[in-house]
Design a protein around this ligand. Structure first.
Ligand code: ADP
Ligand code: MG
Length: 272
């Protein structure tokens, strides 16, 4: 059984808006899944369904064996699926980093000594150990977002959902979050990242493309990003390396069709 099973899930805010229609996919332990799609395609709705903020109007979500269809499972699902949103300033609650991270575990009634261990673990996971006693207001956007992630990791989730968590960050901040995602993936935490940066999606194990509430395309990044015509129709760009490869091809360079990452592009350039 997969860690997360989304089975034929639909969600309506009201009769007029069906935000998701028959969405189905699985996520395994330690898997990194990117969710892309233009504005209003249903990405945030999906994110909120995954951790039980919303309940499917139809279909079922099973997290680590706990079903959204079972009323008593909501708490178990929320414990297992952590969420980080777009604006780090809205997610930090305390004036000292360690207090901020302790906030979630304290609310769950976790003993003091264990909370100390969780703070150590969470700060290490996001590479922010030396900021334990700092004030979040003095941190960069990327550092604040890493603290927001640490606050969620302190609850020991099996799945981390990031809803455009890099949208407000500069390139350095985005790089920092990408490194955290890589660390989590290696440690077995699954990451589901909603993003509009194709260069982040390229690094995923699997990409889901949402369009008007349905999964229009899905698969490994190479499979998804080699479908240029389909992506064009969905109003989505290629990753930067794909755009460059396209331009070079248009000028007659002999470059293969499936160039989506920097490494691919460099490899192809060396062969010219
Ligand atoms: P995305 O995150 O991809 O931009 P959303 O999941 O936010 O998309 O929105 C999907 C659809 O649901 C859109 O048509 C949007 O207008 C609608 N929607 C989102 N939130 C609400 C809400 N709270 N009430 C009513 N409709 C909503
Ligand atoms: Mg959104």
């Amino acid at each position: 059984m997969a860690l997360l099973e989304v089975k034929n899930v639909s969600y309506s805010y009201d009769k007029a808006t069906r935000a998701l229609k028959g969405v189905t996919f699985n996520v395994e332990e330690g898997e990194f899944v990117a969710v892309i799609g233009h504005n209003g395609s249903g990405k945030s709705t999906l994110a909120k369904l995954l951790n039980g903020i919303y309940k499917p109007s139809a279909g079922e979500i099973i997290v680590d064996g706990f079903s959204s269809a079972d009323k008593n499972s909501v708490f178990e699902i929320r414990k297992r699926v952590g969420m980080v949103f777009q604006n780090p300033d809205n997610q930090l609650v305390a004036s000292i980093v360690e207090d901020d991270i302790a906030f979630g575990p304290e609310n769950l009634g976790i003993p003091r000594e264990e909370i100390g261990k969780r703070i150590d673990f969470a700060l290490k996971a996001v590479g922010m150990e030396e900021f334990r006693k700092s004030s979040p207001t003095h941190l960069s956007g990327g550092q604040k977002q890493r603290i927001a992630i640490a606050g969620v990791l302190a609850l020991k989730p099996k799945i981390l959902v990031l809803d455009e968590s890099t949208a407000m960050l500069d390139p350095q901040g985005r790089k920092e979050i990408a490194e955290v995602v890589e660390t989590l993936r290696k440690s077995g935490v699954a990451v589901i990242a909603v993003t509009h940066y194709m260069d982040e999606a390229v690094k995923a194990d699997k990409v889901l493309v949402l369009d008007r509430g349905v999964i229009a395309l899905s698969g490994a990044p190479k499979q998804v990003f080699s479908q240029k015509t389909a992506l064009d129709k969905l109003g989505l760009e290629l990753p930067l390396s794909g755009i460059i490869a396209d331009k070079l091809r248009a000028r007659g360079a002999n470059i293969p069709d499936d160039i989506i990452s920097e490494e691919d592009l460099l490899g192809a350039l060396w062969k010219l």
